[in-house]
Design a protein around this ligand. Structure first.
Ligand code: CP
Length: 469
């Protein structure tokens, strides 16, 4: 059996059973890492890294060499025709005609999705802006599994930049899929984005409890936890789940502390913060009783958030974690290239495949995320904005490329004006009238001026911008 999705763009592309199958093959390959030279003989991997990387690029390239395949690649956008204004789609078509598989890292969120849509070969997302980094997640889960033998029911604390950390975003969904409890310990101002929290609750079925601000929250040496997510291990368990309780969870201790650096390169203007505000994981913090059995993990690179005095601590696992990148990526390449088959056991715990209506009318409303691939000048010539309608009250859209969520301000219906200009009206998206419009008939606008420019007039169900909250 092969993997059901031909590409790995987000962690949702793999079921739990498929992830387990990747782990089994990685175990097999790690045992005889220098004896796999026939597995991908004659295959070519294109390694396209348009952002800095040490671990991901080199471990992918080492993996392909270990499998007997060949590697072509670029490490600088300026060295490709993207610098001349070529679109991602055109580049993808060309590279797809030279290589059998593409590994891409790009600063635009959703870029890997576009490459997967246009290249005609399997594509692996090696990090797209602050969106996701699914292969890092595979080796993170593999590390936890190796050390703790299971993931379900573990307490995993996520520390640092939970806002821009792409490894965090894919790991959150993977931990939820496997039934772990997640303790959020963000640096101040770098909390998990609302669209990720929404998806976690609505699609993974758990509950979140936020911790009240307490006096000791930012005290030196304290554990700055701000919320806990508890996943149900089966759908019916949620109904029986007692109140989520941070103190009770903490009494059980932390099984793994996953530390991340502040992703300063992604901070918005004016968001740069003093380094002294960022809590540090060091020997002193790890003396806390909640960390007695905690594995200390980090996707690396680190800067100041993880002290060097932890390296010699028997709980540190980050160098081992990075080393697992080679067998994990060997297994993934071999499976996506159909050079190996895997046994995929029936899925027991997996995310529910949500089938949201799609809005793809392609005008007036665009993704508000400035680093989304769909809003870049070179890409708007061919990419039509496309959104999943993930909620009707309040009306909430999720971009199919970067998964950024937002609430459009104004709506109309295609079938209510029937070509008569005097009935071509727009309404506030939060009015009860707007909620009656069928998803397939919706026309969305970011602002009243956009609606007016397209010939719509305000209905009585319009709250003007100045009176909207
Ligand atoms: N963990 C990780 O993605 O490291 P690199 O940026 O060095 O690839």
């Amino acid at each position: 059996m092969t993997l059901s999705h031909g590409s790995l763009v987000t962690i949702d592309d793999l079921s739990n059973a498929e992830i387990e199958a990747v782990f089994s093959l990685a175990d097999e390959m790690a045992g005889e890492i220098d004896k796999q030279l026939d597995v991908c003989k004659g295959k070519i991997m294109a390694s396209l890294f348009f952002e800095p990387s040490t671990r991901t690029r080199l471990s992918f390239e080492a993996a392909m060499h270990r499998l007997g395949g060949n590697v072509i690649g670029v490490v600088d956008a300026k060295a490709t025709s993207l610098a001349k204004g070529e679109s991602i789609a055109d580049m993808a078509r060309i590279v797809g005609s030279y290589a059998d598989i593409i590994v891409i890292r790009h600063p635009w969120e959703g870029a890997a999705r576009v490459v997967a849509d246009y290249s005609g070969v399997p594509v692996i997302n090696a990090g797209d802006g602050g969106h996701q980094h699914p292969t890092q997640t595979l080796l993170d889960l593999y590390t936890i599994k190796k050390e703790r033998h299971a993931i379900q029911g573990l307490n995993i604390a996520l520390w640092g930049d939970l806002k821009y950390g792409r490894t965090i975003h894919s790991l959150i969904f993977a931990l939820a899929k496997f039934g772990a409890n997640i303790l959020f310990c963000p640096s101040p101002g770098l909390e998990v984005p609302p669209n990720i929290v929404r998806k976690l609750i609505t699609e993974y079925g758990g509950e979140i409890e936020s911790k009240e601000e307490t006096a000791d929250r930012n005290k030196e040496g304290s554990f700055p936890i701000d919320a806990v997510y508890i996943t149900p291990s089966s759908p019916h368990q949620l109904a029986m789940m007692p109140d989520v309780n941070i103190e009770v969870e903490l009494r059980k201790g932390v099984d793994a502390l996953y530390v991340t650096r502040p992703q300063k390169e992604r901070f918005a203007e004016g968001e740069d913060r003093e380094d002294k505000e960022l809590p540090v994981v060091d020997k002193r913090l790890l003396r806390g009783k909640e960390f007695k059995k905690a594995l200390v993990m980090h996707p690396l690179p680190r800067v100041d958030e993880l002290a060097y005095d932890v390296d010699a601590d028997p709980r540190s696992r980050y160098f081992k974690q990075a080393a697992y990148g080679v067998p994990i990526r060997m297994a993934l390449l071999a499976l996506l290239l159909d050079c190996k088959e895997c046994v995929v056991k029936e899925d027991v715990v997996s995310a529910k495949g949500y089938d949201y209506p799609v809005y793809d009318r392609g005008y007036a409303v665009k993704c508000p995320n400035p680093v989304c691939v769909s809003v870049q000048e070179t890409e708007t010539k061919y990419l039509k904005p496309e959104f999943k309608i993930v909620n009707r009250d309040p009306l909430t859209l999720r971009c199919v490329y970067c998964e950024h969520g937002f609430e459009p301000g104004y709506v109309a219906s295609v079938d209510w004006h029937e070509g008569k200009l005097d009935t071509k009206k727009y309404h506030s998206a939060d009015s009860h009238f707007a909620r009656k419009i069928k998803p397939g008939n919706l026309v969305l606008f970011d602002s009243e001026s956009e609606a007016r420019e397209l010939g719509y007039k305000p209905s009585s169900y319009v709250k003007h911008a100045s009176s909207r909250k």
